[in-house]
Design a protein around this ligand. Sequence first.
Ligand SMILES: [Zn+2]
Ligand SMILES: [Zn+2]
Length: 156
Amino acid sequence: MADDLEGGCACGAVRYRLASAPMFVHCCHCLDCQRQTGSAFVINGLIETDRIEVLEGAPEPVGVPTDSGRPHDVYRCPKCQTAMWSDYGGRPFLRFVRIGTLDDPSALSPDVHIYTRSKVPWVGLPADVPTFEVFYEREALWPPESEERLRKAAAG
Ligand SMILES: [Zn+2]
Ligand SMILES: [Zn+2]
């Protein structure tokens, strides 16, 4: 586990540090994530909002449409528009940090691969990481300490 989880946008106006590793890391292969990143998947670290320490700048939320109709705000650098984290579903206590914006994107690797039904065929997945055609049961995969962190964050 990396000790120094710092990251930022492309222009340097926004810098942040994660106070700890995320609770869990999703690699999402859904079509929304492919479209919104222009890539094959997104890597999202699920972390308590108060464990994201913004060191410089002020990321701004930009709403994007969702199939479910639930809100999805992407927080972007106001200057260069790099997306750094999301609020999925209007949960103020929880953020999905884009692991690719860390200074060392290889510091964290996915705990699960989801929505693999729309995975691009040329991406191969490791045999030792759980994969799901759609979503998964959190209780079955999350370590107990991460469950406890989520419970505390949701309770405020
Ligand atoms: Zn920027
Ligand atoms: Zn997705």
